[in-house]
Every structure is written in C-alpha cells, then in structure tokens.
Design a binder for this molecule. Structure first.
Ligand code: TRP
Ligand code: SF4
Length: 400
C-alpha cells in the first residue's frame, strides 16, 4: 500500500571522515539505486547537543552535503534535504508528543549514555529528552519502511514503531466506526449476530485463529449485507484500525568497522580520523605518523601485525597479495613500517580521487548545491504535507 521508502539522516556536527564513508555513505549509494531514498541533514537534531554553538552546525551543513555528493550520493536518484526546511517534522513531533509517555523517552539507552559521555555539555534539556521522538517524526512523516542506521540507533527505530502503533490505535478509527459496525452486526439477524460477536471475542481475547476463520466464513455466507457493511464487519473482527503511520524497520548497517589512526574505531571524539576530503599531503603525513607495533623499535626488529593499528587498514584496503607481503615482511623484518604503509596510503589516495573530482563542481559553484537542496526539500515537503493531512484529519484538527 505504501511505497518502499528508505529514510536516513545525519547530524551536521563536523567534517565527515572515512568511517562515515565506509560505514554509512557506501550503503546509501547502494540503496539509492534500489529504493526511493530520502536522506536529510538533521540540523535540529544537532541543535539538541550544540544549542550553544549553532555556528558549528551552520558551517557543517553544506560541507556535509558536499561530502555526500562526493561519496556518490546522487541527487537524481535520492531526495536530499535539510530537516529545518521541512517544518512539518516539527508539527508531527508536537502532535506525537501529546501522547508519548515520558518513560519511553527516559529509557532509551542513548539518553543516559550521552548525558554521561558528553559531560561538558548540559543535556538536561527538554529538547534532548525529546531527541528520539523528533527522530520518530522524521521517519513517520515519510511513511518510510526502511531506516538504515547503525546499531546504536536501533532503539530509536524500535521506539518509532511503538509510537506509530500507538498513534494508529488512538486515532486510526473511522469516525463512528464502532457504531457503524454494531449497526451492521444487527443486520446479520439475531442468531448470526450473536455467533459473530462470540467468535470475535474468542479471537480478540484469546487469539483463537479458528474463531476468526469461522467468523469470516459466516460473513461470506451472509447475503443481506451491503459492501460497506461487509467490509466493516471484516475490519471489526480484527479490531482493525486505519493505518495512518507506518511502522518502519531498521536496516542494520553491517558494522564496516573502519579503524582510526590509533586502532580504535574511527570517530571524531577520539581525534583519530581521516576526513573524506582530507588533503593528500595530510593523508600521507597522518598515515606515516601512525603508531605501529611497539615491538618494532628498530628496523631490524620483527613485529606482529596483530599488534599494529596499520594492519587493520590493510584489512580494509589491501588485496590478499599485499596483505601476505605485509605480514611476512613484518614478521621477518624484511620491510620497514614506512614500506608497509605505502600501499595503504596509495589506496586511500586512489579512493579519494573520484570524490575530489565530484566535489569540485560544487565548490566552484555553490549555487548548484543550493538548488539540489531546494529541490529536495520541496519534494520532501510534498510527501510530508500529505502525511500531515491524514494525521490532522485523524486527530480531528482539520475543521475549517
Ligand atoms: N539520530 C541519528 C544519528 O545520530 C540521526 C537521525 C536523525 C536519523 N533523524 C533520523 C537517522 C531519522 C535515521 C532516521 O545518527
Ligand atoms: Fe605494522 Fe606493517 Fe610495521 Fe608490521 S611492518 S608493525 S604491520 S606497519
């Protein structure tokens, strides 16, 4: 019934790095060919943690979009936009907020984690508590079926499902549905009506599938019903509500764990990153100064790749022959660490080359970028407005 839309967002809080490329963007590029994709800059989400430094967000928005395009995200295939350009997200967020229990938000694992981790920031705010609900609104407003995210975000998608279910339960009834259904029951004749209601109870209260089937057979045979009544009675059997908001599924991005320069996961908070568009001289310097197996004090000391952060880069970038060469050379001290690093440096520079080329046109002419986002935001807004029409109607907010 609904298009198989994919939606994902990213917070603009600094330059993207190779971890984003291998972990997220390559996946987006794959998905854009298969599904209608909506990818957006989550600038409001960034404000939940950077409300004191909005300039960080402002500077990062366009750089981030350039990084997406550089990585091969294609505005002719995917819809790219900025969250704050589609204010409908905030209306849905507000309406969902009315019925969302505080406990749902407080028990999301990222909530306490982040408050702990980002001690230097005061995150005891209303906005930060609401972060996952804003995310739910982002997803539900596009009736997205799939949400590609990393592991840490799965609880947010789970909560989104609960929010959708609750919304449909509360507001998905046809106005006067129950009354109309009960009127239709009467038209079955008293004997059949009684049986119908008994079977319905057996199914709804005790989950007896057999009862559901019997009741459906009973409706099949009932001759005197109009089409409308028949449909109502089928729906009423299952307690059916209209589906207004669609429950999404997380598409778990398999952990393409990109190592950082120090061997930990590549992450801005560890200051161990290589930016997607890092200048080549800088790539060379960063890799050359990477720590290696501490056992290799002198060039003649053999080492063990298992103890070396650079070895993890070989896992990402090197073919088997190169890996064999590095491993043997390390263990026998027949190569030095700088020798060992060279194929990795070459591979990163090779990977970056097409990204620099794609980025250049947008750096030369920023208006291209602006118009991609303007078009994308218009497209997104149309879809969001359609959903909001249904949401307002369901909640009785469509009165003139
Ligand atoms: N919370 C996500 C993150 O930190 C970003 C995000 C915001 C998002 N809204 C979203 C991701 C909707 C997927 C869908 O990575
Ligand atoms: Fe690491 Fe290569 Fe040096 Fe061995 S030779 S310690 S794998 S950089």
């Amino acid at each position: 019934m609904f298009a198989e839309r994919v939606l994902s967002g990213m917070r603009p809080t600094g330059a993207l790095h190779l971890g984003h490329y291998h972990g997220v963007l390559k996946n987006w590029v794959r998905l854009q060919a298969e599904y209608p994709c909506f990818f957006f800059v989550a600038d409001w989400h960034a404000l939940t943690t950077h409300y004191e430094t909005p300039e960080v967000i402002q500077e990062s928005v366009w750089e981030m979009v350039i990084d997406w395009l550089a990585a091969g995200v294609d505005p002719n295939q995917a819809t790219l936009f900025i969250q704050s350009r589609v204010p409908e997200h905030s209306e849905l967020f507000l309406l969902l907020a009315m019925g969302t229990p505080l406990g749902w938000l407080e028990r999301v694992p990222t909530y306490k984690d982040q408050i702990e981790k980002l001690k230097e920031k005061d995150l005891q705010t209303y906005g930060f508590l609401g972060y996952p609900l804003l995310q739910a609104a982002d997803i539900l407003i596009y009736r997205a079926l799939y949400v590609p995210v990393g592991e840490d975000q799965v609880p947010h998608v789970e909560m989104t499902r609960e929010v959708a279910r609750r919304f449909n339960h509360l507001y998905g009834r046809e106005l006067g549905f129950e009354e109309k259904a009960l009127e239709a029951v009467k038209k079955l004749g008293s004997k059949r009506a009684k049986l119908y209601l008994e079977l319905r109870n057996a199914y709804q209260e005790r989950g007896e599938d057999e009862a559901l089937m019997q009741a459906q057979a009973l409706l099949q045979e009932a001759q005197s019903l109009s089409m409308g009544d028949r449909e109502r009675l089928f729906g009423y059997l299952e307690g059916a509500r209209k589906i207004i908001l669609v429950e999404p599924q997380a598409l778990l991005t398999e952990a393409a764990r990109m190592p950082g320069l120090d061997g930990q996961k590549m992450s801005k908070s560890y200051a161990n990153t290589i930016a997607i568009r890092e200048a080549p001289e800088e790539v060379i310097r960063l890799v050359r100064t990477m720590p290696t197996d501490p056992a290799r004090v002198r060039r003649t000391d053999p080492g063990n790749p298992a103890n070396c952060p650079l070895w993890q880069f070989h896992q990402v970038y090197s073919d088997q022959t190169t890996k064999d060469w590095a491993q043997k050379g390390c263990q026998s001290a027949s190569i030095g660490c700088l020798d060992c690093k060279q194929p990795v440096i070459d591979a990163i520079l090779r990977e970056q080359q097409p990204m620099f080329e794609r980025a250049q046109q947008y750096l030369d002419d920023p208006s291209l970028l602006r118009s991609i986002i303007a078009d994308g935001s218009d497209k997104a807004r149309k879809v969001a407005q359609e959903t909001m029409r249904d949401v307002r109607e369901a909640m009785g907010l469509d009165v003139d």
